[in-house]
Design a protein around this ligand. Structure first.
Ligand SMILES: *Cc1c(COP(=O)(O)O)cnc(C)c1O
Length: 429
């Protein structure tokens, strides 16, 4: 029997957990229901604001006020090397060497810059593999690259589909597709954690399988960064990019990240789109007509970074550094296991179907469920009647993501209880 009592959630929250940093975050007030604050289970879409972010932003504004142009070198946190300060914590977050990462641009822009380097089609080897359920932006990005190089997106983009009647990809099927098209695949570019199903892909195994057939393998880590532990360097990933506003809590449209494996950094044959931020900072202001990039992911950056948007990323990475991905993942698994237990009670009563795989190594903080009612309307009612913030993917998926830094067991209980009330008119069993 599942213990669905609210008291159990309260008891679980009573156990001290250093990975819970709720007090460091601003939790939005609830618009409905009897609790003052939301149960915010949408951190996979837009993470909440850390309390420290405002002061961080103000400090950068103050420096601009005080120093004007001299802030580039004289501000307390000078702007010229600002992004270099983010390199070490970002590298720790994704399991990379510092020179393999750079914080810049937005996610889709970074995917384009990386594809410009790593998608080098030949008449035979010209295909890009993505998931059929890739986030739309990724699909548009690879289709446009293929078209840009004169190939037909409808045939050159291979889309990985789950088996009929299934919602998630099986690793063996992914590998079989790679092997079936071994000679025509130039790039494999998949989401590390799928935004729709919440499934975690086997990044090291698929990366190795891609290399086996001679392809370059890149990962979109939008839903993976800050969610699951990553070892990009050791997994031999060629390139990766992620955004900073989902699990990383750096605010809407926050500056994103990119990774290029060390083994590509010294390769003079690799083409790259460049700007003045690509060149070695030691000689940048000599304004040479040719760039002299360092052997670092910085070589992919183009422009001077948006300083007013960098502070929130700094704050975010600081929190992840303090907590550590292992402790955070431990808490995350306990939260999702609890939420899943409660949702299973509803699944057993036929009210919903859980789409996200149950195995620890196959899911992150998100549980996606399929409902028999209009999902958009359901998430509205969860918010209006219960103060539970979840989101839906048309037509019938509701995504619940207890982000472990600020979500509690009680938030999970509230979400499941609200789902139960809205779907069955009764409390959890
Ligand atoms: C959130 C997300 C995006 C969004 O792209 P932006 O360039 O940040 O607007 C792209 N791809 C995936 C897989 C995502 O989850």
């Amino acid at each position: 029997m599942v213990d669905t009592r609210e008291d159990r959630a309260i008891a679980l929250d009573g156990i001290p957990d250093p990975a819970l940093r709720r007090d460091d975050f601003l939790i939005p007030p609830a618009v409905g229901g009897s609790f003052p604050l939301t149960a915010y289970l949408a951190g996979n879409s837009l993470g909440l604001q850390p309390r420290a972010t405002r002061a961080e932003l103000m400090a950068d504004l103050d420096a601009w006020e005080q120093y004007g142009v001299h802030g580039h070198l004289e501000a307390d946190r000078p702007w010229f090397p600002y992004h270099e300060e983010l390199r070490d914590p970002a590298a720790r977050l994704v399991g990379a060497l510092p020179r393999e990462v750079v914080i810049m641009n937005s996610l889709t822009v970074n995917l384009h810059l990386l594809l410009a380097s790593f998608y080098r089609p030949t008449p035979i080897r010209h295909r890009i593999v993505i998931e059929d359920r890739a986030f739309s932006s990724d699909s548009y990005a690879v289709r446009s690259h293929v078209a840009f190089r004169g190939h037909d997106p409808d045939t050159a983009v291979l889309r990985l589909r789950p088996r009929p009647g299934e919602d998630v990809l099986r690793t063996e099927d992914v590998i079989a597709t790679l092997n079936d098209h071994a000679h025509s695949i130039a790039v494999v570019m998949i989401g590390g954690v799928n935004y729709f199903s919440g499934e975690v892909m086997d990044i090291p195994v698929i990366t190795a399988a891609g290399h086996e057939i001679g392809a370059v393998v890149g990962w979109d880590l939008a839903h993976a960064a800050g969610n699951i532990p990553l070892r990009l360097h050791d997994w031999d990933v060629d390139f990766a990019a992620w955004c900073s506003y989902k699990y990383l809590n750096a605010g809407p449209g926050a500056v994103a990240g990119a990774f290029v494996h060390e083994r590509h950094l010294d390769d003079p044959t690799l083409p790259r789109l460049e700007g003045w931020w690509s060149t070695d900072p030691a000689t940048r202001f000599e304004m040479h007509p040719e760039s002299e990039p360092q052997a670092s992911a910085d070589a992919w950056s183009l422009s001077n970074p948006p300083i007013m948007a960098m502070g929130p990323v700094r704050t975010s990475l600081q929190i992840f550094d303090d907590v550590g991905m292992d402790a955070l993942r431990d808490r995350s698994l306990r939260l999702t296991a609890y939420l899943r237990e409660l949702l299973t009670d509803l699944a057993d009563r036929g009210s919903l179907e859980i789409v996200t795989p149950p195995e620890d190594d196959r899911h992150g903080a998100q549980i996606s469920v399929r409902v028999a009612v209009d999902a958009d309307n359901l998430t509205d009612r969860l918010s209006d009647n219960w103060g539970v913030v979840a989101d839906d993917r048309r037509p019938d998926i509701v995504r619940l993501a207890p982000a472990p830094l600020y979500c509690t067991f009680h938030d999970c209980w509230r979400a499941a209880e609200a789902m139960s009330q809205e779907l069955t008119g009764e409390s959890l069993g």
